[in-house]
Write a protein that binds this ligand. Structure first.
Ligand SMILES: NC(=O)C1=CN([C@@H]2O[C@H](COP(=O)(O)OP(=O)(O)OC[C@H]3O[C@@H](n4cnc5c(N)ncnc54)[C@H](O)[C@@H]3O)[C@@H](O)[C@H]2O)C=CC1
Ligand SMILES: [Mg+2]
Length: 359
């Protein structure tokens, strides 16, 4: 999740800023220079995936972390597994750590796409170039975990890295052909672009902009739930931006469509890349309605339910540590700390406690 703008603007010592600048320039160079990127792979850190599920390791404390494989470690493992070592070159650049170590992701499962190799979506058993999941897990001392689970098992520092890695891998796997010519596309070494083989188009990884808003009436905040949400979970209202809309227009439209309210006092909070179900760019905002105009008219084709919640109800819900299970009494369950919705809710609670939001 991005930091709020005010924190970025107060970025203090020049040393910290200059190391940030050098990291950003390194990533930019690796995107532009195929040879430099291929060379960076050996000392780089590789986040492994199998059919889009990231590899996690359990720590001594019973928590989870991503596995810390370098490109050289991985090459030895690939050799042991009888795989072509050039598989490493299929890695896609994610970014660069604070220690200036380049970070990559690599999918060694069925969905891996390499324009130079013949891998097939429909093959049964192991496809050409695909590695056996259990064999990789054994060699690496970890387990491939579905991203929907992995995202919430990891710390808030690591979760965005695997989310970004999976989003990039998915984009490569689903953009193998040019939509203008139907010709195969090829990637640069970093995986930051794909080119139509006819030379007529360049494609870049895409995200869909989504506005997410916590509406307040001064003493209560508005949360809704879709039928597909886990039991008891309510979240801030969200919706995809339409082509040509501003953020503010999308926000007003979504709230009007979903709950029949007209909001005002829109303010931006922070943003987040959200990998579910595909790549969304979540733009988190606050907005308000006057208590006299807070009557809800819920569109049940979009939301199962939407309600106003008091500060006490939200404060209690923030204490709930695990989702309610079948048979438990009904309890309000809020999006987890990794989600921008959680940040919006906590910001609202802080403002309520400071008395800033009251009419
Ligand atoms: N990180 C967070 O805190 C939260 C994230 N979200 C995410 O926000 C996203 C949007 O929220 P919804 O209420 O589902 O959106 P929504 O209210 O716009 O409804 C979804 C519908 O919009 C249509 N749609 C229009 N453009 C689309 C596009 N580019 N991609 C997919 N569908 C599109 C589809 O018909 C889809 O069924 C969801 O993917 C959800 O995972 C939602 C709540 C919290
Ligand atoms: Mg919605």
């Amino acid at each position: 999740m991005s930091r709020p703008l005010r924190i970025l603007l107060s970025c203090p010592p020049t040393r910290r800023c200059s190391s940030f600048v050098s990291r950003m320039r390194l990533v930019n160079r690796l995107k532009a220079d195929d040879d430099a990127c291929a060379a960076a792979l050996h000392g780089g850190r590789i986040f492994l995936f199998h059919s889009l599920s990231p590899l996690l390791q359990r720590t001594d404390r019973g928590t989870f972390r991503t596995s810390a494989l370098t490109g050289s470690d991985l090459q030895s493992i690939l050799k042991k597994l009888g795989s072509d070592e050039s598989l490493l070159k299929e890695s896609v650049l994610i970014g660069c750590s604070e220690q200036n170590q380049a970070q990559f992701c690599l999918d060694v499962g069925k969905n891996t796409v390499n324009p130079g190799y013949s891998r097939f979506w429909s093959c049964s058993g192991l496809c050409s170039g695909e590695l056996d999941q259990a064999a990789v897990e054994e060699q690496c001392g970890g387990t491939f975990v579905d991203l929907r689970k992995a995202f919430f098992l990891l710390t808030s520092a690591e979760a965005p890295l695997v989310a970004k890695g999976q989003a990039l891998l998915r984009w490569h796997q689903t953009n193998r052909f040019c939509s203008a010519t139907g010709q195969p596309t090829h990637r640069n070494q970093a995986g930051s672009q794909r080119f139509c083989s006819s030379g007529s188009a360049i494609y870049y990884p895409k995200m869909s902009p989504v506005v997410i808003v916590l509406v307040s009436d001064g003493t209560r905040c508005l949360l809704g739930r879709q039928a597909s949400f886990p039991r008891g979970m309510y979240s801030a209202l969200a919706g995809f931006c339409d082509m040509g809309e501003t953020l503010e227009e999308a926000l007003c439209r979504e709230v009007a469509e979903e709950v029949g309210l007209e909001v005002q006092n829109i303010s931006y909070s922070s943003s987040q890349h959200w990998p579910f179900p595909h790549s969304s760019f979540m733009l988190g905002c606050h907005a308000s309605v006057s208590p006299a105009h807070s009557q809800l008219n819920v569109d049940h084709s979009e939301l199962e339910d939407a309600r106003w919640f008091s500060l006490d109800e939200i404060t209690c819900a923030l204490q709930v540590k695990s989702p309610p299970r079948r048979g438990d009494p009904p309890v309000l369950w809020l999006p987890p700390p990794h989600a921008v919705a959680n940040r919006l809710i906590r910001e609202w609670v802080d403002r309520q406690r400071r008395g800033e939001d009251r009419p």
